[in-house]
Design a binder for this molecule. Sequence first.
Ligand code: PAF
Length: 283
Amino acid sequence: MKVIETVDAFRDARCRAAEPLGLVPTMGYLHEGHLALVRRARADNRTVAASIFVNPTQFAPTEDLATYPRDMEGDLEKLEREGVDLVFAPDSDAVYPAGFDTYVDVGDVANRLEGQHRPGHFRGVATVVCKLLTIVRPDRAYFGQKDAQQCLVIRKLNADLNLGAEIVVVPTVRDPDGLALSSRNAYLKPEERAAALTLSRSLHLAREMYDDGVRDTEEIRSRMQALIESEPGARLDYVSIADAQTLDEFDAIDRPALVSLAVHVGSVRLIDNALLPSRLGAG
Ligand code: PAF
């Protein structure tokens, strides 16, 4: 496995790599969710590349850039064990050299939900993913369904700017108790973990209601809200039931829907989602 820190050296290695090449972009502190992306990329491609870069432009000044969990040594061991061929691990100056001043704004789909609650977040994500897809030129790039809106934003970016990668979305990986894996789970204190389960429980409730024939989004949303509000350790940011492609909210589920939510537990803001009807293993 080659670990490469500069854009020029990565481009060089990429030229010599066997095709097809799959890219797994990450911000490091890798968990089983990331490794599921790597395994899928390994199964689909002759060369697997991963990137490790904590992207400063997707964090608001009030967010956790400085304290975001990092473990480069542990990450490299995990990637090596999974048979990754190339790792792109640039520092901030390699990605954003002095004078950098070009950003990518994806339209409507980036302005809802997380876009409203974290202004500028998707501008940072789209900018860095655009750079990664341009530098690495993967045949396929792999992202987790856990960040459902991010996947929609990246699909739109890839299509609108003709970046040419196939965007592959891999189902969310969960702990046995239902908590969706996230690097930020590392911030949860033991007593907060129980409160964090309110996210997956409320999604389970939505799925049960849907399976029982309920289609009224307000009815589902209010039962989910009540469940979350009954957990003293959790503070709801939003629950949304929306068209799974456009994120337009609707009154009755008459097409594939994305149920998504954001909840504060202690100092941690967690997100999760489910598709209705569920695609096998997708939520
Ligand atoms: O999902 C992530 O880890 C990040 O948003 C990504 C896609 C690697 C861009 O920094």
